[in-house]
Structures are given as C-alpha cells and as structure tokens.
Ligand binder design. Structure first.
Ligand code: FES
Ligand SMILES: [Fe+2]
Length: 423
C-alpha cells in the first residue's frame, strides 16, 4: 500500500474519510456491565480518537457525552452522577444524557444555551453501542446473531490491544495462521479441544482461498484437504467495517470479534462466544471468564491483558521448545495480539510482502478503502442493512464436487433459523 492508502485505512479520528465511514455504523462503545446500575460511577470511553464519558442515569438510561465540561474543561469523570444527570464537581454545572446543560447554578438563565457533545446509545448483546454519525443517517440496530440471543447463550469480553485496528482485525480475517501460532493449543484449550477438524488444520497449512464479496462484506473460503473424497472448508465472515466471525471448532461455542479503534495506535478487541440453540455450558462459561479460548486474563481492575508488550507477552521459551505452545505465548487471543502488537503501534505497510494466502486481507482493505472513498462521493456504505448481518461462519467437510461458494449463500444466511455447520 502507498502512504495515502495507509493513511486512509488507518486514520479514524473525526473528519477523516475512514472515521466518517465508521461513524455511519453503530459503534461498540463499552460493556453494559461497566455501568451496571442507575447513578453508578461514570466511565471514560475512548473510541475513534474521541474522549467521551459514559454514565447510566437515575432512570437507567445510558448517556455518552463529551468527557469535558463546557465551562472550563474539567473532566466529568470526576463528576457526580445524580438526579438524571452528571454534575461537574468543579462549579456544579449538570448535563443530562443528551448533553443538555440542565443546571448552571451561578447563571441559570444561560443553561439552555449550553450543550456538550452527546451520542445516542442502545444496549444490545451485553454491549452499549453508540451512533456517532449524522443524525439523519442513523441505521437500524445491529442484528448480528450473537446480539439476538438470550444472555445465557453468550459471553462477551473486551481487551485493550496496543496497535492499530487494521493490523489487529487482519488477524481475524486470516484463517491460515490457525495452522501455525495456535497449532499446539488446539488440542488442549477447553474451547477448541476434541474438534474433529483440528487434524485437518494441523495437517494442511496451505490454505487455498476463495473470496466472495457480499452485502455484509466478505465471505472468505479457506480450503484444506479433508478426507479423500472431501475438502475441509473454514468459512469466515467479515462484516463491514469491523466484525469477524470465526469458523467454529467441533461442538464448542461459536466465536467472533469486533475491532474498534480507540485511536490510530490502539484498539478494543472484543471477543464473543455464543451458542445459537442452548445456554453456554457452565464449565465452558467458567473457562471463558478465566481467560481461556479467545478471552484473556487481565491486570485486575483493567481491560489490559496480564500478558502485554511490556513483559514480552510472558513468552515461555521452554513451552515453545517443548511444543506445548508454538510461539511460547499462552492463549489464543494473546498469541494473536502479541504478533500484531510486535509489528509496532502502526505496522510499516511499505515493508510487507504479501503472498496468495493474504488475499482475504487485501480484499477487506479494498472494500474499506472503496467504501470510504464512495462515502466522500455520497454513495452509501455497505452492511448498513441489519438483516445482511445475520450470517454465520462454518467449519465443514464438503464433497469435493460441491462448490462452497454456491453452498454458502443458502446455508450461512438467516443464521437464527439454520443448523450450525461444524466439525
Ligand atoms: S469546569 Fe465544570 S462547572 Fe466549572
Ligand atoms: Fe488467531
């Protein structure tokens, strides 16, 4: 990519082309559980280069407003969440969830003229979503499958990833790496072990890709050798602009991620597991809470992983040598994060050397670049129709004569009404 493309794809602050594109979607902002009850402490939220404050008011409604007071710029994080508003602790100005100044004690007559930035929010799938785009363009709420299930059928976590969203998200699109960095933990991790397909993943790392552009983004077909009469397909969904759905592993919960820019050099990596037809089994749910599978162990009280760039992701050279872990880093998410963070906060794209197995990430870049440029010309973005988001990933053996590209459009859409395809 040349520098202009890199800038276009990786800069997401207010007014940038990619920032404008991303602001046309509902943006995952925080976990509902971060503001668990009315009048609880407010939470700082950093997304798309903006410094915001989330709070739940006395009526339980969520507000997402500018972090800083309109008076002299004190942080409302220090404020009092009381009587349906957040009150600045400095001189007592108070704002409601819409950013209206509802009390200005020293000059009440001025209050109606004072407003701070605020964004509409909805709660769905254990996530507070914010809409940060033009008022008249607000899309329908997201309908990703995991959002539509009962709470007991899903587990959602988020972690800080210390690099740009693009290089992080590209790990979610690139199915080839499962044969390498995750190789030795496929058989031991509680959310991956005993999947029949692990043997195909390990036996054949030379994935052959085919990619289909769809109304939601991309369907990415990764073909490996299966049985003598079949191919093993890992079918990944990328839903514009930042969702990925992971091909499942045997009977375990399905998984997905969201990659949301905090600023241009950090992102939130959201990880979701879900079962479409039943509650998560207690032992798997506990393993997720303990940081197994695609979730992580944290530095207590934060969303920063215990294994992070400052401690070389706790790499264990003995585990690497003894083939307990391919890279020596523990856990699927930190294995991915370590390699992506090791590229630096923003990968030097001028030095990359792409090969055919990188075709999927190239296509995703193209879709995003085109969507951002199109929006500048007034052409509407893809995947705004919530129904188009109801797709599913698959891990499936198909007869060698079956074309996966023809099989997928009827088998992996309208996900709530379809069986799960997983081996
Ligand atoms: S700075 Fe907030 S009320 Fe004065
Ligand atoms: Fe991975």
């Amino acid at each position: 990519m040349d520098q202009e493309q890199v800038d276009l794809l990786t800069r997401t602050g207010p007014g940038t082309p990619m920032g404008n594109l991303m602001r046309r979607y509902w943006v995952p902002a925080l976990l509902c559980s971060e503001i668990p009850e009315p009048d609880c402490p407010p939470v700082r939220v950093r997304i798309l280069g903006e410094k915001l404050l989330a709070f739940r008011d006395t009526q339980g409604r969520v507000g997402l407003v500018d972090e800083f007071c309109a008076h002299r710029g004190a942080s409302l994080f220090l404020g009092r969440n009381e009587d349906c508003g957040i009150r600045c602790s400095y001189h007592g100005w108070k704002y409601d969830i819409h950013g209206n100044c509802v009390e200005l004690p020293s000059a009440p007559q001025i209050a109606p003229k004072v407003k701070i930035k605020s964004y509409p929010c909805i709660e769905r799938g254990d996530v507070v979503w914010a809409y940060m785009g033009p008022t008249d363009k607000q899309p329908d709420p997201p309908e990703l499958e995991w959002c539509m299930l009962k709470p007991e059928q899903r587990f959602v976590s988020k972690r800080l990833q210390e690099c740009g969203y693009l290089q992080a998200m590209e790990g979610g699109i690139d199915t080839t790496h499962a044969s390498w960095v995750h190789r030795y933990e496929l058989d031991t991790d509680p959310m991956h072990k005993h999947a029949y397909a692990n043997k195909y993943i390990k036996a054949d790392p030379n994935t052959i890709f085919d990619i289909e552009e769809t109304p939601h983004g991309l369907t990415i077909f990764g073909r490996r050798n299966g049985e003598p009469d079949s191919y093993y397909w890992r079918i990944t969904q990328w839903i514009a602009p930042w969702f990925t759905l992971i091909p499942p592993f045997g009977p375990h919960a399905l998984g997905g991620h969201i990659w949301v820019p905090i600023d241009d050099e950090n992102c939130w990596a959201w990880s979701i597991n879900f079962l479409p037809d039943r509650p998560l089994p207690a032992d798997e749910l506990q393993a997720m809470k303990d940081g197994k599978g695609i979730h992580v162990k944290y530095i207590p009280g934060t969303f920063r992983a215990a294994a992070n760039p400052e401690n070389d992701w706790l790499i264990d050279r003995l585990a690497q040598k003894e083939k307990r872990s391919f890279s020596g880093v523990e856990g699927f998410s930190i294995q991915d994060a370590s390699l992506q963070e090791s590229m630096g906060p923003l990968q030097d794209y001028s030095r990359e050397f792409l090969v055919p197995t990188d075709m999927a990430i190239v296509r995703a870049r193209r879709v995003l670049e085109r969507a951002a440029r199109d929006l500048q010309k007034g052409i509407e973005p893809p995947a705004l129709n919530a129904v188009s988001q109801r797709v599913r990933a698959a891990s499936v053996l198909l007869d060698r004569k079956v074309a996966a590209k023809e099989w997928a459009p009827t088998s992996l859409v309208d996900s709530l009404n379809r069986p799960v395809f997983t081996v």
